[in-house]
Design a protein around this ligand. Structure first.
Ligand SMILES: [Mn+2]
Length: 474
C-alpha cells in the first residue's frame, strides 16, 4: 500500500496514475470537499484529517505502507509530516516535495529518502525538451528533402553492403514511401555472404547494383547510407554532394559535405539511428523492418558484444517483440546452394599456397557470388592471411579476394595487379576484380584458357604484393 499525504495537484496526479496501475493507495487530506470529491471519483480509502497527526497516520494504517508520498506545496507542513511519519513508522521510505527555494541543507535531518526539488525537475524537463525539439527540427529537415524528391531518391549504400547497411537503407526507403515518394536502394561491390543474400531473398528486398543505374541524375535526391564521403567505400562519384548522409563510422567531419547529415560514431549500428527515426516520427514499425533492423544491430555489434551503447539496446528493446524470430533463424543459418558447395570444393582442391597467400582457380562458374564465400572459407586456413579465388564467367574472369594481414591494403593491391587490364577495387580486407576474356580471344580450348587465366592472375597478384613466385605446397 502507498500512502499519499495531501492531495493537491501533484498528489492527485500521482494518485490517479497509481490508481490506473491498480495499486492499493490510501489518501489523507484535510479538506472535506476534496475528500468528498476524491471518493466520488472512485478512490475508496480517503481519510479526512491532519497529515501531521500521529493518530490520523495510525488510522491510515501507516504501519502497512510500502512508501509515503508528501507532495504539498507547503514545505513546513511537509517537514512536520515527515517527522510524524517517522515517529509512527521509522522504517517506511518517504518521498517529499521541497520548496522552490529549498536547498539540500533544509532536508538533511528530516530523514526523507527522496527529496524532489521543483527547480531541478524543471531544469531536467527543459533539457529533455530541448533534445526533443532538436530531434524534431532534424526530422523536419529530413522530411523536407524527401518531399522535394519528385523523381525519387537514390539510396546508395556502402560497397558490399552488410545487414546494417541493407536494414538502414530499407527503413529509409519505407519512410520515403510513407511520405508518398519512391526510392531505390543502390549498392556497389557485391552482396557476398550467404547470410546477407538470405536476408535479401527471404525478405524480398530489391537492391539495384550500381552498374545497372543509367544516370543518378534520374533521381531528385541522393542519400548515402553507412558511408559518408562519396567515393570512399561506396560507388558514388567523389564530385557528388549527397542530400542525405546517415552513418556511424568514424570520419573527419570537415570532409563531410551534405544537406542533411546524421553521423553518430558512438553508436553500434546505423540501424539504431533509423529505428529512432521510425519510432519517433510515428511511422509503423512493421515486422519486416523490426526483423531487418534487429539483424542489422545484431551483426554490427557481434551479438551485442562490441561497441553496444544504451541507445542501441533501447532500439533492440523496441524491435525485439515485433521481429520475426523464425525468419531470423533462417537468415543466420542459411542453406548452402549446390553451386556454392561445388565452387568451395574446387577452391579447396585447386588451392596453391605461396607463403601466407592462397590462390585458387575454381574453373567455370555461373554465379560469381560463390567466389567471396569460398574466399571467406579458405581464409580460415591456418597460416593463410590473404586469399584470392577466381573463376571464369560468361566473358570475364571474376576475382574475389579476402585479407586479414593488417599490412596489406587489399583494395590497393587488386588495383595495382589488375587495374590496367580490368576493373578492380575494394577495401583493406575485401576486394574484387574482373578481367575481360577479350584478352584471351585467340585461345581455342577451355583447358588452355584455364591455364592462361591462372598464369595471368597468379603472376600479376604475386608481383603486386611483392611475393616471390614459388609454390610451396598444394
Ligand atoms: Mn554499420
Amino acid at each position: 500500500m502507498y500512502l499519499i499525504l495531501g492531495c493537491g495537484t501533484a498528489g492527485y496526479l500521482v494518485a490517479n496514475r497509481l490508481h490506473e496501475q491498480k495499486k492499493d493507495i490510501v489518501i489523507v487530506d484535510k479538506s472535506p470537499e476534496r475528500v468528498k470529491g476524491l471518493k466520488e471519483m472512485g478512490f475508496r480509502k480517503v481519510i479526512e484529517g491532519d497529515m501531521t497527526s500521529t493518530e490520523t497516520l495510525a488510522e491510515a494504517k501507516i504501519g502497512k505502507a510500502e512508501a509515503v508520498l508528501i507532495l504539498t506545496t507547503d514545505v513546513d507542513l511537509n517537514k512536520k509530516a515527515i517527522k510524524a511519519v517517522k515517529k509512527v513508522n521509522p522504517e517506511v521510505p518517504v518521498i517529499v516535495r521541497a520548496g522552490v527555494y529549498s536547498t539540500e541543507e533544509d532536508f538533511k535531518e528530516d530523514e526523507a529518502e527522496v527529496v524532489i526539488y521543483p527547480t531541478d525537475v524543471v531544469a531536467e524537463y527543459a533539457l529533455s525538451s530541448l533534445e526533443k525539439i532538436e530531434f524534431k527540427k532534424k526530422m523536419k529537415k529530413l522530411k523536407k528533402i524527401i518531399k522535394e524528391a519528385d523523381k525519387g531518391v537514390a539510396i546508395v549504400t556502402q560497397d558490399n553492403p552488410d545487414p546494417d547497411a541493407i536494414a538502414s537503407a530499407l527503413t529509409l526507403k519505407r519512410i520515403i514511401e510513407a511520405e508518398g515518394k519512391r526510392a531505390d536502394i543502390i549498392y556497389g561491390g557485391e552482396i557476398g555472404h550467404e547470410e546477407n543474400r538470405a536476408l535479401v531473398n527471404l525478405l524480398g528486398i530489391h537492391l539495384v547494383p550500381y552498374s545497372d543505374v543509367r544516370d543518378l541524375r534520374d533521381y531528385s535526391k541522393i542519400a548515402l547510407i553507412e558511408a559518408s564521403i562519396p567515393g570512399e567505400n561506396n560507388p558514388l562519384n567523389p564530385e557528388i554532394a549527397p542530400d542525405i548522409i546517415i552513418d556511424h563510422h568514424q570520419v573527419d567531419m570537415k570532409m563531410v559535405k551534405g544537406d542533411y547529415i546524421d553521423i553518430r560514431p558512438e553508436l553500434g549500428a546505423s540501424s539504431t539511428i533509423l529505428t529512432q527515426y521510425l519510432v519517433n516520427m510515428g511511422y509503423e514499425l512493421t515486422e519486416e523492418l523490426a526483423t531487418v533492423l534487429l539483424y542489422g544491430i545484431k551483426t554490427d555489434t557481434q551479438n551485442f558484444t562490441r561497441g553496444t551503447t544504451p541507445a542501441d539496446l533501447n532500439s533492440v528493446a523496441l524491435l525485439y517483440p515485433k521481429a520475426d524470430h523464425d525468419l531470423l533463424a533462417k537468415i543466420e543459418t542459411p542453406l548452402m546452394s549446390t553451386e556454392t558447395l561445388d565452387v568451395l570444393g574446387q577452391a579447396i582442391i585447386n588451392k596453391k599456397i605461396y607463403g601466407s597467400y592462397l590462390l585458387s582457380n575454381v574453373g567455370f562458374i555461373r554465379d560469381r557470388d560463390t567466389l567471396p564465400q569460398a574466399a571467406d572459407y579458405l581464409l580460415k586456413l591456418e597460416g593463410i592471411s590473404t586469399v584470392l579465388v577466381y573463376g571464369i564467367g560468361k566473358d570475364v574472369i571474376h576475382i574475389s579476394a579476402r585479407n586479414r594481414d593488417i599490412r596489406i591494403n587489399l583494395g590497393e593491391v587488386m588495383q595495382k595487379a589488375f587495374g590496367d587490364i580490368g576493373q578492380a577495387g575494394g577495401h583493406a580486407t575485401a576486394a574484387a576484380a574482373k578481367i575481360s576474356l577479350g584478352l584471351f580471344q585467340n585461345v581455342k580450348d577451355k583447358s588452355s584458357l584455364l591455364n592462361l587465366a591462372t598464369e595471368a592472375v597468379t603472376d600479376r597478384f604475386l608481383n603486386a604484393v611483392g611475393a616471390k613466385e614459388k609454390e610451396e605446397n598444394k
